[in-house]
Write a protein that binds this ligand. Structure first.
Ligand code: ZN
Length: 273
């Protein structure tokens, strides 16, 4: 079963807002998944995590989390590297407490390194993070995201390779990959190939529980510029939704559109056709 999620609390959430109210609002709109946006900081209030978990379970709204942006597992400054690992561990621990199934992370920038060197740094850091899996986040997946800029670690192959090695699954942002390839990867055949590659790396059942991002996107030859509403973009979003349906992809598809729940609902409507 694929759930199509809002990215953060819906815009229409009554004040004072917040994640608990956002879950209730998503539910009332007919949206059964939500990505909690901890992109600036990870909260530390344990009672709050419990409220989020209870509300999402009661209303059957499945949760994923977006980890903070300020992460680079290929940082050459040791203190920046340490802070990056800590932010990921904090996000995973709190996500576990609120019952989120997967946490997406922007893994790294290449900086002056080759992709192979960056891969080694990400691998070393991942081994350290995963050493806390059993104690801190036994039920929550660490999802490295495919990234939209060519200066960023995060091609589909890179995130699949590292995920396979550690028994985790990535967050495939198909809009980022469309931008990164300067306009390719926007057709049924290409999506099919990507899903085949995903399955080759992660196994026959892997398509049944994916973490996906999608939206319209503006790009240049350097890659992503900004996210766009589906209808203002070149995204073949209706075809995309239908491919996921035909391939019986399950898990959570987060719609990261600037018009938020408006586009989530559009995708749900298309999926249910
Ligand atoms: Zn992201």
């Amino acid at each position: 079963m694929l759930r199509i999620a809002a990215a953060g609390s819906p815009m229409s959430t009554p004040s004072p807002g917040g994640t608990v109210e956002g879950i209730k609002q998503a539910h009332s709109l007919g949206i059964n998944a939500l990505e909690v946006e901890w992109v600036q900081r990870v909260p530390s209030n344990l009672e709050r995590m419990e409220q989020i978990r209870k509300t999402s379970q009661e209303l059957d709204v499945k949760l994923t989390v977006h980890a903070p942006y300020f992460i680079n597992l290929n940082a050459d400054d040791p203190s920046k590297l340490e802070a990056s690992k800590q932010r990921i561990l904090n996000a995973l621990s709190m996500a576990e407490l609120c019952g989120a199934v997967s946490v997406c992370v922007h893994p790294a920038f290449y900086l002056k390194n080759t992709p192979e060197e960056a891969f080694e740094s990400v691998r070393t850091a991942t081994a350290e993070i995963m050493s806390f899996k059993d104690s801190l986040f036994p039920n929550t997946n660490l999802a490295y995201e495919t990234m939209g800029k060519r200066t960023q670690f995060g091609t589909l192959e890179e995130v699949l390779k590292i995920s396979k090695e550690f028994g985790i699954y990535p967050c495939v942002d198909f809009a980022h990959l469309h931008a990164r390839s300067n306009g390719e990867l926007n057709s049924v055949d290409e999506w099919d190939e990507m899903l085949d590659m995903y399955k080759e790396y992660l196994g026959d059942n892997s398509l049944s529980e994916m973490h996906i991002h999608y939206s319209g996107i503006e790009y240049t030859e350097k890659g992503e510029r900004r996210h766009l509403p589906l209808k203002d973009s070149d995204a073949n979003w209706q075809d995309f939704v239908q491919v996921l349906k035909e391939r019986k992809v399950g898990g959570v598809l987060v719609c990261e559109s600037p018009v938020m729940e408006q586009d989530t609902l559009l995708m749900i409507e298309e999926y249910d056709k």
